[in-house]
Design a protein. Structure first.
Lengths: 338, 1249
């Protein structure tokens, strides 16, 4: 009977955690929160939508398809001559000032840069300038890994299919062709140019490529992409970098040049223009389309009405639903039952 | 050894009083024993020599002869030609792995799980270059983590088992080796060894008791680990061994050959013979000391090892526990299969898509040339496997691990719950299995044991009526009734049991004044008329009673100053108000279940002869003398007692003249030696003397319910949980308890076996007469059995249960017929006999249907096996989730059978607890286990699963939408690393926490509103409907996550003119959107926001951005250029406001409709939970106020007018032992009898009287 003071060794701890009494906030989807919440979210969305829509409207875009499918097109003659050098000229007018800075894109349609096999056909080690991979490219590059037992550099399907049309833009002033200066610097991502892609540290660059061959579709080797400017040659050539950043969807644009210099720094003035195209890249075989795009940008980027409209629609739906919920709530207002 | 069994051949109906037959009786045994039983052996006659059947006696043990057991004839084939002795060593092995086998065995076990195997297959697929769409690490890393976590858990478990085994195997014991006792480890003990055991030793193996230090070769053992009973049992060695084997030298020469049954798991049976010096001696269970027991009160003893190690009864019993799975587990598996099918369909569709795409576009695109000459169909085939890999995350690899983690956490919470901790015994609740928690939230049927579960098995002398006056209510010494009394102070009585509570002071003063003759007579009777044995320890009396009721009565008499001191074969000594007097006992007319009374005939010191009798009121009243007084008043008091559900006994006496006694005594002696039908003859003689009795009064004993039992039952009933009581007790007792715990109420119509049988028979006859017998399976009778309005209850005994369910009937009938040598009757279907198995099944279905119509079902007099049968009937035909709760070895069967087994603990080492899934100390904790923990676990698990499926659909199906724009080329919409880490790091923690911590309403409200439990029973929170809702929700979100960025990306460019519409930016945008969406979605689903949840949600998002920026950093690309290829993608994409707007819009569209639908749903169709949740604050305040105002009200006990006439428990008294005089010491309480209320003092050796 004396043993009243028992040791309670097995007694569980009395803490908020073990007893599941942690202080907690137990929110409820009450009408007081949901309905005003929906109204305010709706209004905010409508606001954003209007801003996006208006901004998008103010952006100027000019698209010129130069695939040459129609006979009337100046490039029709080039469209079936795969592989051969062919030039064509597209003329167009600009009615009012195309505000600068103007960006010059090329675009491809029905082009599956996101195809699985294609998108992994690349050797990242090689492209960092690692010479071991020059002689022995990654298997992922197959079938553009070796050409007659010689390693292809840069290897892989992406590099092999690099876009190789070139463009020159002229303004026709009084019948004279005035070349619009195109700026090709800094059109690729900073990280691509500075870290992801690097040339081997061999001078001259050409020596690094000894014993390798160029991709079969390329007219010239990688070290000849820009012979004038060493900082734009080899793997860090801007056009190459832009191409290597594969597109997400089968219709895509890639930045070709910027128009930021000289008389055109503030934009393309109204007038007649002529675009001289070195037509090399075959797309008709797979029903592709090629185009050039001139566009300026805003804070939100390029022209795209989708997002603005989507915001407007969702915002309005929110407001509408809040009204519906209010009506339902009023109708089913909880009686004070227990 | 001869067990009493029902002899139903004579009577048409089963006997309500007797358990049908023993458990686990195999048909062979039934055959054998039934034949043996035929010539009823006259009791007392010399036992016929035990017939030994060679088949049964396959086990031979030779004492002190180790090589004998390695003879070739005792070898068994183990593997090919390797042979091993069939006798196990005594070392036990419960662990699974050792150092070498851990990795292969554990991996083998883990890969038995389909999910793990599936991921292994995927891994292999990913290594094949032609179809590999994801790098191998996307599967390998999660798989390794999953396998690793499980392996570590297994390792820890196994280490604990190793330690335990080692500890046990290294225990010390003295073994007779080379002629002397030497200390040896348990593991080295072998069959045939002679061991020496001391007081408080654990018994190392199943041992034949040879001799002990106590007279008569007695040995006391505590069997708590075997059957949970804490009272001491006693074992007795053979007389011959005890006499001849006391010394080491004698033992060393001992060379008997024991032949006995093969090792088996029956704790209640042992048959064997000992061949020693060309004499045969029968052995039975009384001679055996079983492993797991502990020697008590016996200084030392010697024994011969019969079964060692794995052959011992306890190890045979601890066999495989049935692997239990929850309903949710099953459902989950089916859903995973559904997902597999979906996966294959989707992949096949996309593969066809790829075939067509390649035909139309891919083959023409020169830039896609891959140098392989595959045709488009073969490419489609490859694409199929590619998509299987890409979309594999639909079957979440981490699902199983997360589920395990959540269940483990829930189990911990159960273990930690202070409100399920029983301070008195220092026992916390324990979730012994960690895999069944959510099932606790789905219980529909509870099967409860009675003794020790509903009741405390403590009998308390509560009230009495003496000569027409009732005592027991709180009263002062002067007889003034009080509202609240204080317990009587027993300090005046040196020998009083201090634990005895009594409120009525007037009775005490009445006794002490010695004025009232009736009162003195009353207590004198109580102190004399019984079969209790007494031990005297340190001057304190310890009573050992056959039934707790008797103990309570004798203790009461002791406290009132009539102390039973000692007894010999024919005297009883009591202390009568400090005056010791010895009475000569002339005859003891023991209790049995037919007589329902016991009497004692005493010769007083002054020479008078008097008969004292106590018994059930119905029997006593029939035998009262016409001039007996106080009949009416006592009757009235009995009714009052019965109404208070007290167990009553009537006390009476009769003076007998010497001549009358002599005459009767002669008849008695004749009857005692009569060879045939001795019991009947004795009964007849007893009947003659037990007549013309004079009533003294009646006692009322309370079979004390455990605390809070009626409240718990009421609460569980409100939660639509049906409670069935299955007990081995008598019908009356069970019914009585049914009333006192408010399971039965007055407005219920109670149906008994006959009634049930009749109803079933009618239904069956109907069915037989129905012409279209083929349709009978489909056309289930829908009309209810009970057409009367009002509640019904079923009280049914084990015998009837067998009758109703046709259990074993055929067999028994055949046997009976064979025995009687009659030919079987013509084969016309009788009503009470089944025609075929189908009929039997239909009958069982009918019975279950009928029982389920009732509010309460009580099955009494059922064997452990029947308990299990009843449980499995309900499980089988009702497809319901069942729970069994019990505390004793007899509940083990049903605990193992039910979906959830609960063991009531309190005492150490109980068998029910060992085989249970959950264990705690008090029945009332059940409501917390179910209504709080079960409900929470269920809700949490459902929420977890719904969300988990959703999150993986939303995640994976984006690939599906993307495939339409990537030429069905199994291109992935995210970065590889994101896919690898998504389930591990970015989305699992918040949902895991919801699975662990979420609560819709707190525990108090859960208990206050039992209706909140209903959704669980219906499985309403997780089923195929919810699964498809999750699926569609996932599809919807994945659509948004893909198509909003698609719309935004199409033909646009970034702020700085660079095109953001590259693949990597898209991947970053979809991934970020997904992370925001799923983390905010879980925030919406979280109803219990603690700082941990908050931390987890914000943390997941933060971790995502942290990891993404690291993986996309320049530095890591320089080190691993080909592994981390998304250099700069995140920083480039996420500085564009445009992409942020895209993300915000996508997240908004993903979440807003969900909020809207949820709100509307809760408004239009609010669930009980929603309503409670809404008014949470109000209720909480109310409850606080209530708590402050009132103490919990004492429960209003039954208001019924019913007789609980009967206070003896069902076991016979010790009269035989007392009369035999072989040992006037304690005898073991018969197996099954509950431990008495009288204190044990097991540490001290009992003294001889």
């Amino acid at each position: 009977m004396v043993k009243e003071v028992k040791e309670l060794v097995n007694r569980p701890d009395n803490t908020a955690y073990t007893q599941q009494r942690l202080p907690a906030w137990q929110p409820m989807l009450s009408a007081g929160i949901v309905i005003p919440g929906f109204v305010s979210i709706g209004l905010v969305f409508i606001g954003i939508g209007v801003a996006l829509f208006v901004t998008s409207q103010s952006i100027q875009v000019l698209e010129i398809d130069y695939t040459g499918v129609e006979q009337s097109s100046p490039c029709f003659k080039c469209s079936d001559q795969t592989g051969k050098k062919c030039d064509c000229v597209m003329n167009f007018d600009i009615d009012s000032l195309f505000k600068g800075p103007v960006f010059f894109y090329y675009g491809l349609s029905n082009y599956f840069q996101n195809q699985r096999k294609y998108s992994v056909s690349i050797d990242y080690n090689q492209l960092t300038g690692d010479l071991d991979y020059f002689t022995n490219p990654d298997d992922a590059c197959f079938p553009f890994q070796n050409d007659r037992n010689k390693p292809i550099v840069p290897c892989g399907a992406i590099a092999n299919s690099m876009f190789n049309d070139t463009f020159q833009l002229f303004q026709l002033v009084n019948g004279q062709k005035k070349e619009v200066p195109l700026d090709g610097k800094g059109i690729a991502w900073w990280t691509d140019y500075n870290t992801k892609y690097r040339n081997p540290s061999v001078t001259p660059l050409r020596n690094a490529f000894n014993g390798t061959v160029k991709p079969p579709s390329w007219p010239q080797a990688a070290y000849e992409l820009d012979t004038k400017d060493t900082s734009n040659n080899g793997f860090i050539n801007q056009d190459f970098l832009v191409w290597m950043r594969t597109a997400a969807l089968p219709d895509f644009r890639k930045l070709y040049r910027r128009i930021t210099e000289g008389d055109y720094a503030s934009g393309l003035p109204a007038g007649n223009y002529s675009l001289q195209i070195a037509y090399n890249y075959p797309v008709l075989s797979f029903d592709g389309r090629k185009k050039v795009v001139f566009s300026n940008v805003s804070w939100m980027g390029g022209k795209n009405e989708f997002l603005g409209i989507a915001y407007l629609v969702i915002g309005s739906l929110c407001v509408l639903m809040s009204i519906v919920m209010l009506i339902v709530y009023a109708k089913f207002k909880f009686p004070e039952e227990d | 050894m001869s067990r009493r069994r029902v002899n139903s051949s004579g009577s048409l109906h089963p006997d309500d009083e007797v358990m049908p037959y023993s458990d686990d009786e195999t048909d062979d045994e039934l055959d054998a024993s039934s034949e043996e039983e035929e010539p009823e052996a006259p009791p007392g006659a010399p036992q016929p020599p035990v017939e030994v059947k060679p088949s049964e006696m396959g086990w031979k043990v030779k004492a002190n002869d180790r090589p004998y057991h390695h003879l070739p004839e005792f070898q068994k084939k183990v593997f090919l030609c390797f042979k091993k002795s069939r006798y196990s060593g005594n070392a036990i092995k419960t662990y699974k792995y050792n150092v070498l086998t851990f990795i292969p065995l554990n991996l083998y076990e883990q890969f038995k799980r389909v999910a793990n195997l599936y991921f292994l297959a995927l891994l292999i697929l990913q290594i094949i270059p032609d179809i590999s769409t994801l790098p191998w690490y996307t599967t390998l890393i999660p798989l390794v983590v999953v396998l690793g976590v499980t392996a570590i858990k297994d390792l820890v478990d196994d280490l604990a088992r190793h330690k335990m085994d080692k500890e046990i195997n290294n225990r010390k014991c003295e073994v007779l080796l080379d002629g002397r006792f030497q200390e040896s480890k348990w593991r080295d003990i072998q069959v045939g060894d002679v061991v020496h055991l001391r007081k408080n030793d654990f018994i190392p193996a199943d041992i034949l008791l040879l001799s002990s230090s106590d007279p008569n070769s007695l040995c006391y053992v505590e069997t708590a680990e075997l059957d949970g009973e804490t009272n001491l049992k006693f074992k007795m060695g053979l007389r011959v061994t005890d006499e001849r084997l006391q010394h080491e030298r004698q033992l060393a020469e001992f060379n008997a050959l024991i032949e006995c049954e093969e090792p088996n798991n029956r704790l209640d049976k042992f048959v064997g013979t000992m061949l020693w010096d060309r004499e045969r001696y029968p052995l039975d269970l009384d001679n055996m000391l079983l492993r797991g027991c502990k020697i008590r009160n016996t200084e030392h003893c010697h024994g011969l090892v019969i079964f060692a190690g794995a052959d011992t009864k306890i190890m045979k019993n601890s066999g495989k526990t049935r692997f239990k799975r929850t309903k949710i587990d099953e459902l989950m598996n089916y859903m995973v299969y559904t997902i597999f099918v979906l996966l294959i369909l989707v992949a096949a569709g996309l593969a066809i898509g790829h075939t067509f795409w390649y035909e139309e576009i891919g083959s023409k695109a020169w830039y896609l040339f891959d140098g392989k000459n595959h045709n488009s169909s073969y490419r489609g085939f490859l694409s199929f496997w590619g998509y299987i890999i890409v979309l594999n995350t639909m079957v979440p690899i981490s699902l199983y691990v997360s589920v395990e983690v959540i269940r483990l956490g829930q189990s911990k919470f159960i273990n930690w719950d202070l409100q399920m901790y029983y301070a008195e015994k220092d026992t916390p609740a324990k979730a012994r299995t960690t895999t069944l928690n959510e099932q606790l939230g789905q219980i529909e049927y509870i099967f409860s044991d009675k003794t020790g579960t509903l009741t405390q098995n403590i009998m308390q002398f509560k009230k009495c009526t003496i000569a027409g006056r009732t005592y027991g209510d709180p009263t002062t010494a002067e007889g003034v009734t009080l509202d609240r009394g204080r317990p009587v102070d027993w300090s005046w009585n040196q020998q009083a049991d201090k634990k005895f509570d009594f409120m009525d002071h007037s009775l005490v003063s009445c006794v002490r004044s010695k004025k009232d003759k009736d009162v003195s007579e009353f207590f004198k009777l109580l102190s004399l008329c019984h079969t209790v044995m007494v031990d005297n320890k340190d001057g304190e009396l310890v009573y050992q009673a056959a039934s707790p009721d008797e103990g309570a009565l004798v203790t009461a008499a002791r406290n009132f100053g009539y102390v039973f001191l000692s007894r010999t074969q024919d005297t009883i000594t009591i202390n009568e108000m400090d005056q010791e007097s010895t009475y000569e006992m002339l005859a003891l007319l023991d209790f049995n279940s037919d007589r329902k009374r016991m009497s004692i005939i005493l010769k007083f010191p002054d020479g008078r002869i008097r008969l004292y009798c106590k018994g059930a009121d119905t029997v006593i009243y029939e035998r009262l003398s016409p001039d007996s007084r106080h009949k009416e008043t006592t009757q009235a008091a009995l009714d009052i007692f019965a109404n208070a559900t007290l167990r009553t006994l009537c006390l009476c006496y009769k003076d007998i003249s010497a001549a009358e006694y002599d005459a009767w005594s002669r008849k008695h002696k004749e009857a005692q030696v009569s060879m045939s039908e001795r019991d009947v003859a004795l009964d007849r003689v007893y009947e003659q003397i037990e007549s013309n009795l004079l009533l003294i009064g009646a006692t009322a004993i309370e079979d004390k319910l455990q605390d809070g039992v009626p409240e718990t039952i009421a609460k569980l009933a409100k939660a639509d949980i049906k409670i069935w009581v299955l007990t081995g007790d008598k019908k009356e007792t069970a019914e009585n308890i049914g009333y006192s715990c408010s399971l039965l109420t007055d407005d219920m119509a109670i149906h008994y076996g006959e009634d049930v049988n009749e109803k079933l028979r009618i239904r069956q006859t109907h069915r037989r007469n129905e012409p279209q017998s083929l349709n009978r399976r489909r056309k289930r009778p829908t009309e209810p059995f009970f057409n009367m309005p009002g509640k019904n209850a079923l009280v049914i005994t084990g015998g009837w249960l067998n009758e109703i369910l046709y259990e074993k009937k055929k067999k028994r009938r055949r046997l009976r017929l064979r025995r009687l040598g009659r030919r079987p009757p013509p084969a016309i279907p009788q009503d009470s006999q089944p025609m075929d198995d189908l009929e039997k099944e239909l009958r069982q279905i009918d019975f279950v249907d009928m029982a389920c119509e009732c509010e309460a079902v009580i099955c009494c007099r059922v064997t452990p096996k029947q308990k299990a049968n009843v449980v499995s009937l309900v499980k089988k035909y009702k497809k319901a989730v069942t729970l069994s709760i019990g505390d004793g070895a007899n509940d083990v069967n049903m605990i193992k059978t039910a979906d959830i087994g609960v063991g009531l603990s309190g005492q150490e080492g109980m068998q029910a607890v060992m085989s249970s899934d959950y264990a705690f100390a008090q029945f009332r904790f059940l409501q917390r286990l179910l209504l709080v923990h079960g409900r929470w676990s269920y809700i949490r698990m459902c929420k977890f699963l719904r969300y988990f499926f959703f999150k993986n659909f939303a995640f994976t199906l984006v690939h599906f939408w993307y495939s339409f724009f990537s030429g069905y080329s199994s291109q992935i919409a995210y970065e590889n690393w994101f896919i690898t880490l998504y389930n591990l790091c970015y989305s699992s923690l918040p949902v895991l926490l919801v699975g662990l911590l979420d609560q819709d309403v707190n525990d108090k409200l859960s208990l206050k509103f039992p209706k909140l439990y209903l959704p669980g029973q219906k499985g309403a929170l997780f089923n195929y409907r919810n699964f498809f809702i999750s699926l569609f929700h996932g599809i919807f979100v994945s659509l948004i996550i893909f198509f909003i960025p698609y719309g935004a990306f199409l033909q646009t460019m970034g702020q700085d003119g660079e095109a953001p519409s590259d693949y990597q930016s898209l991947a970053v945008v979809t991934a970020s959107t997904l992370i925001f969406t799923v983390n905010l979605q879980i925030s919406l689903d979280t109803s219990y926001w603690t700082f941990v949840n908050c931390f987890a949600v914000l943390g997941s998002i933060a971790i995502y951005f942290g990891i993404v920026f690291d993986i996309h950093s320049a530095g890591i690309h320089v080190i691993f250029p080909s592994v981390f290829t998304f250099t700069g993608a995140a920083s480039n994409a996420l500085r564009q406001p445009y992409l942020w707007l895209t993300i915000i819009l996508s997240v908004g569209i993903s979440l807003l409709p969900v909020i809207c639908i949820q709100f509307l749903h809760k408004t239009i169709w609010p669930s009980v939970g929603d309503k409670v949740h809404r008014n949470r604050k109000k209720y909480e305040m109310e409850m606080e106020e209530e708590e402050r105002k009132t103490k919990p009200p004492t429960f209003d006990r039954g208001r019924r007018s019913r007789r609980s006439a009967y206070a003896f428990s069902h076991s016979r008294g010790y009269a035989d032992l007392i009369a035999s005089g072989r040992s006037i010491r304690r005898r073991p309480t018969p197996v099954g009898a509950p431990p008495g209320s009288i204190r044990e003092a097991p540490q001290r050796e009992a003294e001889n009287i």
